[in-house]
Structure formats: structure tokens, C-alpha cells
Design a protein around this ligand. Structure first.
Ligand code: ATP
Ligand code: MG
Length: 290
């Protein structure tokens, strides 16, 4: 099913912290090709021993990521098993997660954000064509491969990371924290992910990107989870962008009625028309679209 990598061929370097159910390290992978030794910088994601029972789901994510290839999809080299350690070996991305980058770089332009949103739409479309549902799209799971350099005409470049453990395996509390990225219908039926769920998450992620990585509905005081639950119960919407066309697109994606969520083709068309009219967005919109 998937490529396995010998534990002995992995070198572990510094810790990069923790994911939801993982410990994350920088490292190196060694290959022997044509009698020659090659080393590749990698990211090692070790499944938390407390979630050992989820290894199948974790490896399922690794498996689909390693079987398909797209320029905006993170490359997964394979998995490694050693004793009770389950490790996903993936491409190391220099500039890390997009949510942190957005928070750090406060003055990213509207065209930067649109460009990144278009790249996400591109990989979303690819996944749908392959009949693959991601299930965990958010800015944290977008990685920045290349920074923008306007003086050299270089645009930013992102890749979508793996979804991790399937939502169907997660506890209610974890699911609640995924509001508003998780589609509302998934609360009742977490084992019934659809392409429409990814469309909702796409909308929430675009909102997040244009709001400089500030997580929607976070810091809503003590009763955060309760408020989040109410948010869905009352069919509320995130505060709309002042940029009407963008607000429209996010609103369509985050529609409580699945039938109103747009096709990937429509998403791409709308984003492209935003780019052209983006030239007309007055400068005082920049940085405070919301
Ligand atoms: P989840 O399944 O919820 O997404 P996770 O295990 O994937 O959890 P994240 O929280 O997504 O963990 O990632 C944790 C941090 O690890 C990110 O903020 C990022 O800085 C870093 N990171 C993750 N993947 C990579 C990668 N391929 N290259 C470089 N850094 C990465
Ligand atoms: Mg992740």
C-alpha cells in the first residue's frame, strides 16, 4: 500500500513541537541509489503513543498523500514503523505553516493572499478530480515553500499538508475545536465526509488567510466551545469581508445548505475575476479587508 522506510535510514534532528496527535521533528532520510548514498532533509511526524490505536487512519493519510502528486500537495515519502513508533516521513518545508507566517508578516498584500487562495483552489480541484476528500483543510495545514520576492518577480508558493487522523476517529471535544473549519454537517456525521465538507473548510481557510491568520471564533472568552457550537446551531456566518465579491465567495463555500456550495470550477472562476478586479481595490483596503 505504501512505501516503508527503514528506521535505521532516518536521522532525528531538532524537535519542531507537537501537532494535534503527533510529535514533529526535523530530520534526514538516507537512500542508497546506484551504490551511492543520498541524504534528504525530511519532516518526521511521529504519532503520539496515546493515539496508537489511530495508526491505521494516520497511515491512510500518509498513503493517499504518497500515491498522488500535485505541485501544491505536500510530498510524503512513506512511513516507518519501529517498535510501537509510527512515523510519517514527509517533505520538509522551509517556511513552515501558513497560519504562523500570516501572523508574523502582518503586511502581506491582497494580491499575495489571492495568489495563495488560488493555489489552494487549484489543489482542491485536483483532489476532487481524484475523488479524494482531504478532511482537514486550514491555514495550519498549508505550508509555505517559497516566500514572495517582488523585486525578482517571485510569487509565494504553498503546499497542502496531510489531514492527519480522520475526523471519524476524533472525540467530540477535538471536533468542537475544529469549528469553524469543519463543515457543520460533520458534527452530526463525522464519518460521512464529502467534497462539500472540503468546500466549507476552503471557505474558512480563505477567510483566515485574508484575516492575517487570526483564527476565526477564537478567544471568544471562557465558553469558547459552547459559543462555537451555538455558532453552528444558529447557522451564523463569519464577519464578511468589505470586499463584496470575496465575501460572496466565502459565503457560498460556507453555506449551511450543501447544495449552495460552489463547484471547484466556479471557485476558480470567481477567484480569477477577483484577481482582475483586484487592481481596482483601493489601497486603503489593503491589510484591512475585514
Ligand atoms: P493536524 O493533523 O491537526 O494537522 P499535525 O500533526 O499535522 O496536526 P500541525 O499542527 O499541522 O501538526 O503542525 C505542527 C507544526 O509543524 C506546524 O505549525 C509547522 O510549523 C510544522 N510543520 C508541519 N509539517 C511541516 C513540514 N512538512 N515542513 C516543515 N514544518 C512543518
Ligand atoms: Mg497538520
Amino acid at each position: 500500500q505504501f512505501h516503508t522506510i527503514k528506521y535505521e535510514d532516518l536521522k532525528w534532528d531538532e524537535s519542531l513541537g507537537q501537532g494535534s496527535f503527533t510529535r514533529i521533528f526535523k530530520g534526514e532520510k538516507t537512500d542508497y541509489r546506484d551504490g551511492e548514498k543520498h541524504t534528504t532533509e525530511v519532516l518526521l511526524k511521529e504519532l503520539d503513543p496515546d493515539h496508537k490505536n489511530c495508526w491505521e487512519s494516520f497511515f491512510e493519510a500518509a498513503s493517499f498523500m504518497s500515491q498522488i502528486s500535485h505541485k501544491h500537495l505536500l510530498h510524503v515519502y512513506g512511513v516507518s514503523v519501529h517498535g510501537d513508533k509510527n512515523i510519517m516521513v514527509q517533505e520538509f518545508v522551509k517556511h513552515g505553516a501558513l497560519d504562523l507566517y500570516l501572523k508574523r508578516e502582518k503586511s502581506l498584500s491582497v494580491s499575495w493572499k489571492l495568489n495563495v487562495a488560488k493555489q489552494l483552489a487549484c489543489v482542491l480541484n485536483f483532489l476532487e478530480e481524484q475523488s479524494i476528500i482531504h478532511g482537514n483543510i486550514c491555514a495550519k495545514n498549508l505550508l509555505l515553500v517559497r516566500e514572495e520576492d517582488p523585486s525578482q518577480g517571485i510569487s509565494p508558493f504553498i503546499k497542502l499538508s496531510d489531514p492527519g487522523i480522520n475526523v471519524a476517529m476524533l472525540g467530540k471535544d477535538v471536533i468542537m475545536h475544529r469549528i469553524p473549519w469543519i463543515a457543520p454537517e460533520s458534527l452530526a456525521a463525522p464519518d460521512n465526509l464529502t467534497h462539500e465538507c472540503d468546500k466549507w473548510s476552503f471557505g474558512a481557510t480563505v477567510w483566515e488567510i485574508f484575516n492575517n491568520g487570526n483564527p476565526p471564533l477564537q478567544g471568544w472568552s471562557l465558553e469558547e466551545v459552547k459559543l462555537k457550537e451555538k455558532f453552528y446551531e444558529n447557522k451564523q456566518q463569519l464577519p464578511p469581508s468589505q470586499w463584496t465579491e470575496l465575501a460572496d465567495l466565502i459565503g457560498q463555500c460556507m453555506s449551511y445548505d450543501l447544495a449552495f456550495r460552489p463547484s471547484c470550477r466556479s471557485i476558480i472562476r470567481q477567484l480569477n475575476s477577483l484577481v482582475t478586479s483586484g487592481n481596482n481595490v483601493s489601497l486603503n483596503h489593503v491589510g484591512k479587508v475585514f
